[in-house]
Design a protein around this ligand. Structure first.
Ligand code: NIG
Ligand code: FE
Length: 429
């Protein structure tokens, strides 16, 4: 079936504002607004009495650019000023953070949120000893193809609201559970209505309908499907793995996407050693994602490139797999991002704080490194410099923690510490 002709590629869309009733209820525990709070994005707002402010401004002496006893001024949708609270300029509104910590909103640069159904049984079986494999994706493909647009949209909106309540202000999301021309284009159209960071992943697996003709499927992914999907997407991704796509197929797919103006990112070296990371570097991919099984040459290649290693500890947690070695990457000078990989199979969590805690506990990251990777690192993985930092000119995307320090994200795992979120200067949680 030929999909309806898509519109021209959307301009960097306003990202979603899935404010919910629940989010509004959470404001009970929020800091005091001293003068009338405004949701209008034209007024200026001072957030003061911040015990610890993470700016990610390295000129302040550390990657995290921490300021104690700090204040932030939001002007419209941007950050106008940050610094010592005693020096803050006058503003229209004032919010007292009550001695809490403020960090940049999380940048979740890897998720798969356009899907239907769940895979509880598969998870249960795995926790009884069955190994994870790429094949489970087929279950979600069947459910997603059978779902209506409205179901997929409602699912996506629900997971976005869930992520927002946990401090995520930017997210990337992928197709990959449709795997027909019409179903992939539909997934991307639905995603593009919610975020500017949309990734075409027609090469997630070879679907059952092409099981006997993988070359034919690659031709479809690089041909008719790419034509239908490119207008909705910024990125192209391939699951480069045994049981999915090999290095040559992945190169052909990513190269075809580049020719259509999409920029590569790669699911690389998740379940086994393989060519994914080297291919990502060769093609100047923004990110090589997973990076669990790396040779020294893979680490060197990443260290000598601008390709970010995006680590997704929710996947290792939920598949009882070996952890990626963040310490090894950081010590080699690789830029590391941390993201959720939220998907119904291998990592059904939308919580960046949970991933931060795992990365600190099990992957050798310090709390400072993990918070940087989940904010500035995610921004690098999306090649963005307007998010992931709280410095003048950046978008006013902030997460207020009900804690005196960002370290509590790892120190108090599983505790809902996010007590306020501003997106584009508007308080949404
Ligand atoms: O990132 N690795 C490929 N894609 C997902 C898994 C998707 C699934 O199991 O449904 C991942 O882990
Ligand atoms: Fe993934």
């Amino acid at each position: 079936m030929t999909p309806a002709r898509p519109p021209a590629r959307p301009a960097p869309a306003p990202e979603p504002d899935p404010t919910t009733d629940q989010a509004n209820k959470d404001a009970m525990s929020s800091p005091t607004t001293v003068s009338p709070a405004s949701s209008a994005s034209t007024a200026s707002t001072l957030i003061t009495n911040i015990a610890a402010l993470v700016t990610n401004d390295p000129s302040l002496g550390s990657p995290l650019g921490l300021i104690q006893d700090a204040a932030v001024v939001i002007d419209g949708e941007r950050i106008a000023w940050t610094g010592d609270q005693s020096k803050a300029p006058a503003t229209d509104n004032r919010v007292d953070a009550g001695g809490r910590a403020v960090i940049p909103g999380f940048v979740d640069s890897h998720s798969h949120l356009v899907f239907a159904g769940d895979r509880t049984q598969e998870f249960n079986a795995r926790m009884s000893g069955r190994p994870y494999s790429a094949g489970g994706i087929r279950t979600t493909v069947a459910a997603t193809r059978a779902a209506s647009d409205e179901e997929l949209e409602a699912n996506l909106t629900r997971y976005l609201a869930e992520a927002l309540r946990q401090g995520t202000t930017t997210f990337e999301t992928k197709s990959g559970y449709g795997l027909t021309v019409a179903d992939e284009a539909r997934a991307l159209r639905i995603a593009a209505a919610q975020t500017a960071e949309v990734t075409y992943l027609g090469a997630h697996i070879v679907p059952p309908d092409h099981a006997d003709d993988p070359a034919g499927y690659v031709a479809l992914v690089t041909g008719e499907m790419l034509d239908a999907c490119a207008p909705y997407a910024r990125w192209i991704d391939v699951f480069c793995e045994k049981g999915a796509f090999d290095g040559d197929q992945a190169r052909a797919i990513l190269t075809a996407g580049k020719a259509k103006g999409l920029h590569p990112r790669v699911h690389a070296n998740q379940l086994s050693y393989g060519p994914g990371v080297q291919l990502a570097v060769e093609l100047d991919a923004a990110s090589a994602d997973h990076c669990t099984h790396l040779t020294d040459a893979d680490v060197d290649a990443l260290a000598n490139s601008r390709t970010v290693a995006t680590l997704l500890p929710g996947a290792e947690f939920s598949t009882r797999a070996e952890w990626p070695d963040a310490r090894r990457l950081l010590d080699a000078g690789v830029t590391v991002a941390l993201s959720t990989d939220c998907n119904p199979g291998s990592s059904f969590t939308s919580s960046v704080p949970f991933c931060v805690a795992l990365a600190v506990r099990d992957m050798g990251m310090t709390p400072d490194e993990a918070v940087w990777s989940a904010t500035a690192g995610g921004a690098r993985a999306l090649r963005r410099d307007d998010i992931g930092r709280l410095t003048p000119g950046a978008y006013a995307d902030l997460t207020l923690l009900d804690a005196p320090s960002h370290v509590h994200l790892a120190y108090r795992p599983g505790v809902p510490l996010v007590s306020g979120v501003w997106r584009r200067g508007v308080r949404v949680v």
